[in-house]
Every structure is written in structure tokens, then in C-alpha cells.
Design a binder for this molecule. Sequence first.
Ligand code: ADP
Length: 417
Amino acid sequence: MEDTPAIWRTFLTQLRDNLALAVIAVLILAAALLTDVDPMIATILWAMALGTAVFRTARAVPEVIQAKTDAVAIPAAAPLETTDDIIDALDMPIVVLAEDASIVSQNRAAERSFGPVSAGLHVSARWRSPGILDMIRETITTGEPNQIEHSERLPSERVYIVRIGPIRRRNDGGDARLFLLSFRDISDLRRLDRMRSDFVANASHELRTPLASLRGFLETLQGPARNDPKAQERFIGIMLEQANRMSRLVDDLLSLSRLELKAHIAPDERVDLVPLLGHVRDSLMPLAGDLDVDIRLHLPEGKVEVVGDRDELVQVFENLIENACKYGQEGKTVDVYLRSGAESPVEVSVIDQGPGIPAEHVPRLTERFYRVSATDSRSKKGTGLGLAIVKHILTRHRARLIIKSEIDKGTEFTVRF
Ligand code: ADP
């Protein structure tokens, strides 16, 4: 297509040259009429010049048109020799059906997802879903593409957009009509949707509870407790506690959303974990004192540096050590070990001697709002977001959180950089 202007330029040059010839012919004729040249010779000369002009232009036109057609007619959808290989390389399951709804072939992704199949098998022997079969029947009858949403339970729960459309055949495919059945996997999208709506529902629920309690106390203060200073004092105390709970929750939610925004930006500071852990311990001393827990640091000599974001790492260890103090309170001690070796990764372990966590809860602890006991967590001023924040920060730091717990023995949270 880029050649089109060039072709037109050539055409115009031709036309201009030929026009020049035509003008010369007219001039010859005029000269012949004004002078004494034999009108016969003048007419022959004039006819020759004009004829050449017309002939050359007429010859140029089809050449230009042909050149233009050649330039434009790039085969836009030339059949590819390797179409089968390309379809095989796609990670979307694809099945080709014949007009009688029997399976002609399938790609490797289809084989991986739904198992091998022999050609000629009717599609209903493979998919029994009435939705899929009705859709296939309709497309074979009408020739119009169709799609539906379809869920598979086995071997694992998957949701697909199943689409069928006729295959337009370009080469010597014969007259047989073929149809393409494709499966677009939207399970991850669905899971994300569910997570998002669960999250909104959980966050609203967490905020609504203290809000309802605040409103209840305010109504009591306006009504029955209007003239009861003792009740007023007590209720105001509870209201303050509920307001603090809401503000902790909002802080944690904001913290999570800030972390999500910068999830893909790797931190680049060098942080020495030795003074950092000392600082975390100092900041938790009042809480540990209230709970009668002793936080013991086991630090190596010298510096232990990692690449990270100092404030975020403080948040990680504050959360882990605070949890160990709160939930492992009865063990009376929390041990924090910092290990690093030339060949081994830097690790920080926070170990308590508390009641431990039942195994079935361990894999879900870092989910937002997941708590072993909601009442226990609330009574300990938890929001259910602490470990979710820890996990987000560690993902950004390319570090892992390893949780080991034994009932009646205690729990160990290890951060491996
Ligand atoms: P919370 O704000 O409830 O503390 P977290 O996300 O920090 O939320 O922790 C989630 C849950 O994990 C807690 O509610 C608690 O049930 C459990 N948990 C966390 N740390 C410990 C621990 N050291 N010992 C026992 N259970 C723990």
C-alpha cells in the first residue's frame, strides 16, 4: 500500500509528458496555419504528435492500474501451512466438530483439560451439559456463532466461556462444514471477583458492628442514661473503644491498599535488621509488659543487611511479635532469632510457647479477615488483617513466610529473605 503515491506520481509524470506532446502538436498546427507550410504536411505532423500523446497516455493507464492492484493485493489472509501447529500451541482448549456434531480433532490444550478423544466420537459423549449441546445444535442449524458459560467440577472446579462458530474454509477443504468449539478459562477472573466481593462484605461487616454499637450507646445516652453520670462514663469508655477499633480497621485497610498499589515496585534500600529488631522490641515493650510476656532477642554480632523498605519491615515484625505476645501470652516468653550465613538465606523467626494453631487453619491465616477465633481476635484488638499485610509486604520483598505450629507447644513464624 505504501507504493500507491509513487504509482500515482509516475502516472502524473506520464500525463504531463504526453500533455507536452499534445501542446507541441497544437503549436505545430498553429504555426502551419500562420505560415506557408503545406496544410497537408502540417496536419500529418499534428496528427502524429497528438496520436503519440494519446497512445502513450492510454498505454500508461492500465500499467498504473495493474501496478496499483499488485501493490494492494497482498494476500491478507493467506492460508498458513502450519495452522494445525499454531492451534496446537494455543493454551486454550479447541475442538473441531463436523456437521453431524462428531469430533474431528482437538488441540493439545483440549487433551490436557478434557483427556484424549478418538476422531468421530459424537460431542455428546464428551460433554453432557444440555447448555453446550443445545448451543452446538443451534449453530450447526443456523450457521451463527454462539457462546455460553459452563462449569466443570472434575478434576477441579473450572469455569469456561464455551464458544462455537463455523470455520470459514479458504483452501481445498471441500464442501464439508466444520465448526470450532473453544473454551476460554475464566476461573481465575471468577475467583478474583468472589474475593473482591467477599472482601467488601467482610470490611463492611467489620465496620458495621462497632458502628451499630456506637449508635446504640448514643441512643441510650440520649434516653435512659440521660441523667445517669455513672452509666454515661462507662458508655463513653466503650464508645471510645469501638471508635478506636474502627480507626484500626480503616488504618489496616488503607495500609493494604497502599501496598497493593506498589506491589510491583521492588524496594531498594539496604536495611540492617539488627537495630530494626531492637527498635520493634522497644516499641512493643508496653504491650508485652501489660500481657506479662518477655520478648527475647537472639541477634548475631555485626550487621545483617537485606534489601528492603525499613518502615514496611518494621510493620512485618511488629505484627508477628505482637501476635506472638497476644495469642501466645500464656507461654510467657517470645523468642526472636535472627540468623544469617554466607551460604544460607537471612531468616527471622518469632517463636511463642502459646496454645498453637490447629493445622487446618494454618494455610489460610494470611487471607484477609481470616481468624482462628473471631471473638478471641476482637478481644485482643485484632482486625484480621495483620498477617494479610505481612504477606503483601513479604511478597514485595521477594521473601517467604513459613508458619509451623504445634498444639499446646507453640507457634513459629519465620521470614526467609
Ligand atoms: P488479627 O488482627 O486477628 O491478629 P492476624 O492476621 O494478625 O489478625 O492473624 C490472624 C489470626 O491468626 C489471628 O486471629 C489468630 O487467630 C491467628 N494467629 C496469628 N498469630 C498467632 C500466634 N502466634 N499464635 C496463635 N494464633 C495466631
